[in-house]
Design a protein around this ligand. Structure first.
Ligand code: SF4
Ligand code: SF4
Length: 128
């Protein structure tokens, strides 16, 4: 999967042929941001980002993300940051079918959106 290979943060992972990456939840509700004991996750211009200097690698954010968009890499939380410090978004640029679009600074994959809806429905029904 080209987006997976080209992400400079290695923050995209294929699941059944669908690219999965952070969906940049509303900061008021984002489980990762709200659980971090160090306040190391914040919203910047629509992106939910990790401040690596404050992260202690406890893994709480990874454990609460409903779609598994965070990994702990060398003691620090790693996730998509919408390439806020890059000139372009390699995932969008490399996708041959333009399945990823820059929509109001949020990265959206149609396939991913549908997949996540199903995933969250399944998760909710398991919790009933
Ligand atoms: S890492 Fe997960 S919980 Fe945090 S904003 Fe992204 S999708 Fe939401
Ligand atoms: S791993 Fe880092 S960003 Fe995640 S909850 Fe722990 S301190 Fe916060």
């Amino acid at each position: 999967m080209k987006c997976e290979r080209n992400c400079p943060k290695n923050a995209i992972h294929a699941d059944n042929g669908i690219p999965l990456f952070c969906m940049h939840c509303n900061p008021d509700k984002a489980p990762c941001l709200n659980i971090c004991p160090e306040g190391a996750i914040e919203e910047l211009g629509g992106a939910i980002v990790v401040n690596e200097e404050d992260c202690i690698g406890c893994g709480m954010c990874r454990d609460v993300c409903p779609i598994g968009a965070i990994e702990i890499v060398r003691g620090t939380a790693n996730k998509c940051d919408l390439c806020i410090n890059e000139e372009s978004q390699q995932c969008i640029d490399s996708c041959p079918t333009e399945a990823l679009v820059d929509d109001h600074s949020k990265l959206v994959s149609n396939k991913q959106s549908k997949f996540i809806k199903e995933l969250l429905k399944l998760k909710a029904s398991n919790e009933d």
